[in-house]
Design a binder for this molecule. Structure first.
Ligand code: SAH
Length: 473
C-alpha cells in the first residue's frame, strides 16, 4: 500500500470524532465523512505502520444510516462531525463511546455496565439547540469581512451565515456587525500579524426569556468613541427583538482562548436571564419550581438549555436528597446545579474558578431566595483541600461537573478523605470520567447508575451522569 492508492473499503466502525473506520490489507483506516455501513472507494492519504488515513473518493453503497444533512457546509465546517448520520444512530454511537471508555479505561466488565447503564436521553430536536455561538471574524480571499466557524483542525474561517445548530437571530446580528465594520473601516483581527480589532462575536440567547446578548471580543483597550457614535452599532442591534445586553470584551493576548478578562457593557444590562426547570426521567415532566439565572458573557452556561433540564434532572435524581444533607457542588459555574440542590438539601457549597461566574452565582441565589448556599472562588483542587484541612468541612453528597480534562487528583483525593455517601459525576468527556471513576472505585466507591444525555446533536460529544455510592467497609 502506498499513499494515493485507491481501494474499496467497508466502514465497520466509528472513531471518537465520528470518523469512519474500516480494515483493508491488515491495516485500519480512518476516513472523515464516511459512515458506519458505507462501502466506499477510498484514497490513502497518510500511512503509518498498522493504520492509515484515507479520503472518500466515491460512496459506492451508502449506509442505511445516512440521512440528508441540513447544512450544506457540514463537511467543511469543524462544528458538526456526524450530520449525515441518523439521529438514532448518533445516540447509539455516543452511548457506545461512553461504554467503551468505561470498559477500556475504567476497567468495568460488559456485564456490570449492562446492569448500571440506562438508555441514552436524546433530544426531541437535535438542531437549533445552541443558545451560544462564538463566531471568529476574518477576511475571505477577496478581502470581504466574513464571520463563521473554523474548518476542522484549522483556523480557516468557513463563512457560516445561518448555522443550523444555533438560533436564526445569529445571522441578523452578524450582518449588522459586518455592515458596521465595513462602514467604520474596522478591521478583523489577524492571528498571524496580531493586528486588527474584532476577534470574535459572542452571541447568547435565552431560550425561555428570549433575551439576547452580543459581546464583541476586541484586540484593544476600548472601542473608539466615533465607532460607537449614535446610529451605529448599538442603535441597530438594539432594534432586534429581545436585545438585552451589548458589550465588548478586551483580549489583546496572542492566544486561542476566546475571551479576555475584562468586559465593558455598552448598551443595556451586563447580563441576560434564563430559566431552567428540572425534568424528571423518563417522562420528562417538570418537577419543582423553575430557577431564573443571570448570565454574564464570561460565565459558563450549558449551551443546550432544553437538554440541560434533563441533565440536571438526572443529576438531582441521582443525588436523591431528602432535605438535611450538606452538598458540595464542584465546578459550579453560575451555580445552576447548586440552586436545584439547595431546594432539596440542608446546605450547598459551590466552588468555581471564574470570579465573574461566582458573582453571577451569588446574585442568582439571592434572586431565587436561596439562603442555604455559599460560593467559593478558586480551583476545586485547592479550595476543597484547604477547606478540609482548615475548617474540617463535611459532605453527604459531592457533585462534580469538571471541564474535559476531568478532576485533578488532589480534588479526588480530598473527596475520598471527606467520605461523602454519594458522588454524582457530571462529565463532558467520558475518557476522563472513566479515569476518575476508576480512581474512586479503587478508593471505596461503587458505580450505581450511568446515564448519557445528548447535549450536542450532530457532534461526537456527549454528556454523562454517573452516580457512585460509598461502599461500607
Ligand atoms: N456545573 C456548571 C458548570 C460546568 S462547566 C453548569 O452546569 O453550568 C465546568 C466549570 O468548571 C466551568 O464553569 C469552569 O469555569 C470551571 N472550572 C474549570 N476548572 C476548574 C477548577 N480547576 N476548579 C473549579 N472550577 C473550574
Amino acid at each position: 500500500m502506498k499513499k494515493n492508492d485507491i481501494f474499496e473499503l467497508e466502514i465497520t466502525d466509528m472513531g471518537t470524532d465520528g470518523e469512519g473506520i474500516g480494515h483493508y490489507d491488515g491495516m485500519t483506516f480512518f476516513v472523515k465523512d464516511a459512515l458506519i455501513g458505507d462501502v466506499i472507494t477510498a484514497r490513502a492519504t497518510k500511512l503509518k505502520k498498522n493504520y492509515g488515513y484515507a479520503r472518500v473518493e466515491e460512496i459506492k453503497t451508502p449506509s442505511t444510516f445516512r440521512v440528508e444533512p441540513q447544512c450544506e457546509l457540514h463537511k467543511r465546517c469543524g462544528g458538526c462531525q456526524i450530520q449525515a448520520l441518523s439521529y438514532e444512530k448518533q445516540l447509539e454511537f455516543k452511548n457506545n463511546k461512553v461504554r467503551n471508555n468505561l470498559m477500556r479505561i475504567g476497567g468495568f466488565s460488559e456485564a456490570k455496565l449492562d446492569s448500571k447503564m440506562q438508555p441514552p436521553v436524546g433530544a426531541d430536536n437535535p438542531y437549533r439547540y445552541r443558545n451560544k455561538a462564538q463566531f471568529p471574524v476574518g477576511y475571505d480571499r477577496d478581502g470581504n469581512i466574513v464571520t463563521g466557524f473554523y474548518a476542522s483542525r484549522s483556523h480557516n474561517i468557513i463563512p457560516v451565515e445561518d448555522c443550523r445548530l444555533g438560533v436564526p437571530q445569529n445571522k441578523e446580528i452578524l450582518d449588522i456587525i459586518k455592515e458596521w465594520m465595513n462602514e467604520c473601516g474596522i478591521t478583523p483581527y489577524d492571528e498571524n500579524t496580531h493586528k486588527g480589532l474584532v476577534r470574535h462575536v459572542l452571541i447568547r440567547y435565552g431560550f425561555t426569556s428570549k433575551q439576547i446578548m452580543v459581546c464583541l471580543v476586541i484586540n484593544a483597550d476600548e472601542l473608539e468613541p466615533e465607532h460607537l457614535a449614535a446610529d451605529t452599532l448599538c442603535e441597530r442591534l438594539s432594534k432586534i427583538d429581545g436585545m438585552t445586553s451589548i458589550s465588548y470584551n478586551i483580549n489583546k493576548e496572542n492566544t486561542n482562548v476566546i475571551l479576555g478578562k475584562k468586559t465593558v457593557c455598552i448598551w443595556g444590562r451586563p447580563y441576560i436571564e434564563d430559566t431552567i426547570h428540572l425534568l424528571s426521567y423518563p417522562d420528562f415532566t417538570p418537577q419543582g419550581t423553575g430557577i431564573t439565572y443571570q448570565i454574564s458573557p464570561q460565565s459558563f452556561y450549558q449551551v443546550n438549555p432544553v437538554q440541560t433540564e434533563r441533565l440536571y434532572g438526572t443529576a438531582l435524581e441521582f443525588a436523591d436528597l431528602n432535605g438535611g444533607e450538606t452538598v458540595w457542588d464542584l465546578y459550579c459555574g453560575i451555580g445552576t446545579i447548586s440552586s436545584f440542590l439547595a431546594q432539596k438539601a440542608g446546605k450547598v457549597c459551590g466552588v468555581e474558578i471564574i470570579p465573574a461566574a461566582i458573582e453571577d452565582a451569588r446574585e442568582n441565589a439571592k434572586r431565587n431566595g436561596l439562603d442555604n448556599v455559599e460560593f467559593f472562588v478558586g480551583k476545586a483542587e485547592e479550595v476543597l483541600p484547604e477547606q478540609y484541612e482548615k475548617n474540617h468541612i463535611k459532605a453527604d453528597v459531592i457533585v462534580v461537573d469538571p471541564p474535559r480534562k476531568g478532576c485533578d487528583e488532589l480534588c479526588l483525593e480530598t473527596i475520598v478523605k471527606m467520605a461523602p455517601e454519594k458522588v454524582v459525576y457530571v462529565s463532558c468527556d467520558s475518557s476522563t470520567l472513566a479515569r476518575d471513576v476508576k480512581y474512586l472505585g479503587e478508593n471505596g466507591y461503587a458505580v450505581k447508575r450511568v446515564r448519557t444525555v445528548d447535549m450536542f446533536g450532530m457532534s461526537g460529544h456527549v454528556e454523562t451522569v454517573c452516580c457512585l455510592h460509598r461502599v461500607n467497609s
